[in-house]
Design a protein. Structure first.
Length: 283
């Protein structure tokens, strides 16, 4: 590994981290998995040269993909996580008194590498008897799953390149809607309205063709170097912008970013992003 790990966002933007030491480099059947130590972010995971998460800032992403959705409905029981092989999303979901969390991760090597070299991200989730881990294709899993199976579906994927590309597809969102219970919610990482503007806009548009309610929310993820990152919560009935009472409970007290106040603030859509959606409506 060179001294600097460089992530290319596009032909005009690069983000570089000083890499102190390569910890693991594995070529799986799906992607190149790299773990390295950085002075700025601690231990870092990258897939196909795209930064995924780091010990130092992972809490922003994993808390925001989980808690706005989990606190949007009363008593979520069955949760499906598609992707999420580093375990961080499962860790946050399992803070809630859910009965069953099904993780469907396509790449067994991501799970193995993260358990070995980034164990704190999944933490106790890996031993929690409520977590069932399936190494399988999330798209095929969603297609085959019975209707009305889950209260919450979380899509914790990468950017839409390589194995993650079909996860931004409208047909796939349709399958998610079918396997959700009528009160259910779908939470996904939905990229940056600033640096991946067209992708952010088209993702909102696709979600809105499938779900009645789609609400983006925003927070920083310093590792993604775009100023702001987004997640979206989609449903056919629920308005997730106000957390239910259990969201203020002690189970979420150890969170480092999420609070009920942050939840409410995160769903405020800044005018520049709102205009992107309105333009999409007019198109
Ligand atoms: N630009 C990178 C987006 C990656 C989103 N997924 C991160 C996975 C963390 N569990």
């Amino acid at each position: 590994m060179s001294l600097w790990f460089e992530e290319n966002w596009n032909n005009t933007v690069r983000f570089a981290l000083r890499a102190e030491r390569t910890v693991a480099r594995v070529q799986s059947p799906f992607q190149r998995i790299e773990v390295f130590d950085s002075a700025a972010f601690g231990r870092v995971l990258a897939l196909d040269s795209i930064l995924m998460t780091s010990e130092r800032d992972e809490f922003f992403y994993h808390e925001m993909i989980a808690h706005p959705a989990l606190t949007a409905i009363d008593a979520p029981r069955d949760v499906l996580i598609i992707g999420g092989g580093d375990g961080g999303t499962a860790r946050e979901v399992l803070r809630h008194p859910v009965e069953r969390v099904t993780m469907v991760e396509i790449d067994a090597a991501v799970i193995e590498v993260c358990k070995a070299h980034l164990p704190a991200i999944g933490g106790a989730a890996w031993q929690d008897p409520r977590l069932e881990v399936n190494v399988a294709d999330g798209i095929a899993f969603a297609k085959a799953a019975a209707p009305d199976s889950f209260d919450v579906v979380i899509l914790d994927g990468a950017d839409p390149v390589g194995p993650s590309a079909p996860l931004f597809n409208e047909a796939f969102y349709g399958d998610i809607r079918r396997i959700l219970r009528p009160h259910g919610v779908f939470s996904l990482q939905s990229e940056s309205p600033m640096l991946t503007t067209e992708l952010w806009r088209s993702t909102q548009l696709r979600l809105r063709r499938v779900f009645r309610n789609v609400y983006p929310c925003f927070a920083p993820v310093p590792l993604y170097s775009t100023g702001v990152w987004s997640w979206s919560v989609a449903s056919d009935g629920v308005d997730p912008r106000r957390p239910r009472a259990h969201g203020a409970g002690t189970a979420l007290a150890p969170c480092k970013y999420y609070t009920p106040d942050i939840h409410r603030a995160a769903f405020l859509v800044p005018p520049y992003a709102q205009r992107l959606i309105e333009t999409a409506d007019a198109a």
